[in-house]
Design a protein around this ligand. Sequence first.
Ligand SMILES: [Zn+2]
Length: 422
Amino acid sequence: MNFEKVLKGLENKRDEMVKLCCELIGFKSENPPANVADIAYFIRDYFKERGFKVNTYEPEKGKVSVSARLDGGEGRRLLWNGHMDVVPAGRRELWSTDPYVGVVHDGKIFGRGASDMKAGLAVAMVVASHLSEIDARIRGGIQLDFVPDEETGGYHGTKYLVEKGISAGDACIVGEGTSSRVWGIAVRVAEKGILDLYVSALGKTSHASVPFLGENAIEKLINLLLMIKKLENKKVQTPLVVQKIIEQSVPYYEKIAKTSGIPAENYRTLFSKMTVNIGVIKGGVKTNVVPDYAEAKVDIRLLPGQDPEEVFSEIQKMVADSGIRGIGLDKDVALPSYENPDHPFVSLVKKCVAEITGTQQVNTIIGSGATDARYIRSLRGIPTVILGPGNESSHSANEYVDIEDMVTMSKIYSLIALNFLS
Ligand SMILES: [Zn+2]
């Protein structure tokens, strides 16, 4: 297959990609409530019309996944994954345009989800359709999974597809945005995990004028939360391969830090320690009543290589050692995950990025946020990278994507597919 021909063909698909991205933005797939049925059926029909094998799955009402397949017979299978849900648009007065109308201006597309990640969906759709149209003679196959509820944990989307054995392949690209206006395109190979901690404290009510007759649940909770917060001071030992990824990420984040006026040291700390955010706290009924109940939710970010169970046990021990009684602990976990940057698939992806962008040094980096890649890596062991159009404007008002970024990414995706499936 003539690569040049394939890549040239994509140049002519620029308008189609832009139009499709705008159409996808038009579907208000806000999460919550994560009802993505409309956009999912639109994507299903797109692939059906183009002769792909398409299946839909709906483990919970409205949380529809679409899986489209291009089959080239025997050979390796490349999996691509992207989410259809978006975070709410937020306060409208902060937007210069209607967030649910894709607006093209100054080489960019504006709208909620433009960057995270409807541009990614549009690029993957056009690339897959282009490869089937020109009869790229791929060996093996491509599977594209479009999923709901990534923004709230991916339980009914990627996790479901992975657990049911529907999402499968020899390598995977999760199409979240990895282009930076500051740095260019990076390949994300690792991400921190989350230990969501629920802490409750029981006490005993009494009149506030005689507090010794009661037990103040809020004070117990505060004392304990301050102990948990100290986990941030602990140096975390990560596997050697993760340290290598972090070292490569530091210059990337330092450059971002420089332009945003944030001390670069903050980023170094971010990838050598846990972060502890006390995000929710509730308790008490009245100032003159000693409260008998209080609760808090804490977000603890873990580094790749850390075992969430070990951290949770450490917190349980902290509670036991503190002597504070009436404490309840519970948790939800998003596993941290990573891919060896020396894996042949990562090398191939880096080579393709370098070739299309003309960059010598393509960085493999770690991200602070968790994505659906964790399910694909941890539950199925599929070598997975995160690579897609999209930038730092994700989740903010006036979110946008650069059209050039989309076209570049369409060429990178095509080159990866043609190389991996040749
Ligand atoms: Zn996303």
